[in-house]
Design a protein around this ligand. Structure first.
Ligand SMILES: [Zn+2]
Ligand SMILES: [Zn+2]
Length: 352
């Protein structure tokens, strides 16, 4: 089969004769309907290996490089292994991509989002940038007809937004500042709105702010041209936002997130940081701010993402910037995503 295989730093190859996955007990074989290219894939390609299992095999999957990329994917069930219940041949499913050990200290406490052995489809095991994939039969979520094949992979970044908003404990009527209106930012905006918050979206790209406005932001601020602290004070009667969600992942933005949140408020860090910013911790201590880190998802978040998208509570259609074939995955996918002024959120790859 065709597959996009990660070998190492700056080395991804479109293989045309890669072995198709076999289906062991508890597993299901899927024909991939769509798989989106994430900024994480581009970071792995340019700066990795970061998340991809490379020096030692992942303890759950037993796999390491070379691995098929693609952690945001959906497929059609074409073969069902022994012991799998609840899925049918021909069913369209989202792939709940985080597999945890179930036996460690954290898993046993119900905190599997931080299981140290965690294996991720498309990062520590073969993923969805291929014609076929194999995955656990109990981690497939049936897709409603209202979610198209090209939209379905976007359930994955939606889980990141749902996880962040649920971890924050935000309540109806609270005010949230959102730093960064990329894919995860615009999804976080919609989830926070669904939770009843007032949202102030902040970005330096006018086009992203227009989109934020369309998706329900109560107020938008351009960090390149507006005096953001003054505008936030103005919007919140000099109090500051109750919550700030940082999804930009830049050097300065986590520091801004801490400084801009009201005294006693909560900062949720969702970005992945390549720089190490200088933080004045007295901004946290002296103002009793709470800082929460949020990554990936907890059990249940994925099902919730599919449900909310399916019901129209979250719109992912605007995130599908292009749909390309697997043959074009490098030239029209990966290479486009590294352009400095890329005008894309997600490029969805459809092998069929
Ligand atoms: Zn991703
Ligand atoms: Zn565990």
């Amino acid at each position: 089969m065709k597959a996009l295989v990660y070998y190492g730093n700056k080395d991804v190859r479109l293989e045309t004769d890669w072995p198709e996955p076999s289906v062991g007990p508890g597993r299901v074989k899927l024909r991939i309907l769509g798989s989106s290219i994430c900024a994480t894939d581009i970071e792995e390609w340019q700066h990795g290996p970061l998340w991809v299992a490379h020096e030692t095999p992942n303890p759950i999957s037993g796999r390491q490089v070379p691995l098929i990329l693609g952690h945001e994917a959906a497929g059609e069930v074409i073969e069902i292994g022994d012991g799998v219940t609840g899925v049918e041949i021909g069913q369209r499913v989202a792939i709940e991509n985080v597999e945890t050990c179930g036996v460690c200290f954290w898993c046993k406490r119900g905190e599997s989002a931080v299981c140290p052995s965690m294996s991720v489809f498309g990062l520590s095991d073969d993923g969805g940038l291929a014609e076929f994939a194999s995955w656990r039969g109990d981690q497939l979520i049936p897709l409603p007809d209202s979610i198209s094949d090209s939209e379905a992979p976007l359930a994955e970044p939606t889980t990141v937004a749902i996880h962040a908003v649920r971890r924050s404990g935000i309540k109806p009527g609270d005010t949230a500042a959102l730093i960064g209106c990329g894919t995860v930012g615009l999804l976080t905006l919609q989830v926070a709105k669904a939770a009843g918050a007032k949202v102030i979206a902040i970005d330096q790209r006018a086009s992203s702010l227009d989109l934020a406005k369309k998706l329900g932001a109560d107020y938008v601020l351009n960090s390149a041209t507006d005096d953001v602290p003054a505008a936030l004070a103005d919007f919140t009667d000099d109090i500051g936002p109750d919550f700030t969600f940082e999804t930009a992942g830049a050097e300065r933005t986590p520091v801004d997130a801490i400084n801009w949140t009201r005294r006693g408020g909560t900062v949720v860090l969702v970005g992945i940081y390549s720089a190490t910013p200088k933080v004045n911790f007295n901004e946290i201590v002296g103002n009793e701010r709470t800082v929460i880190g949020s990554v990936a998802a907890s059990p249940g978040d994925y099902r919730m993402a599919v449900d909310m998208i399916g019901r129209g509570l979250i719109d992912v259609s605007f995130l599908v910037s292009d749909v390309i074939s697997l043959d074009d995955v490098i030239e029209r996918g990966f290479e486009r995503m590294i352009q400095p002024n890329k005008d894309v959120f997600r490029i969805v790859v459809q092998p069929g």
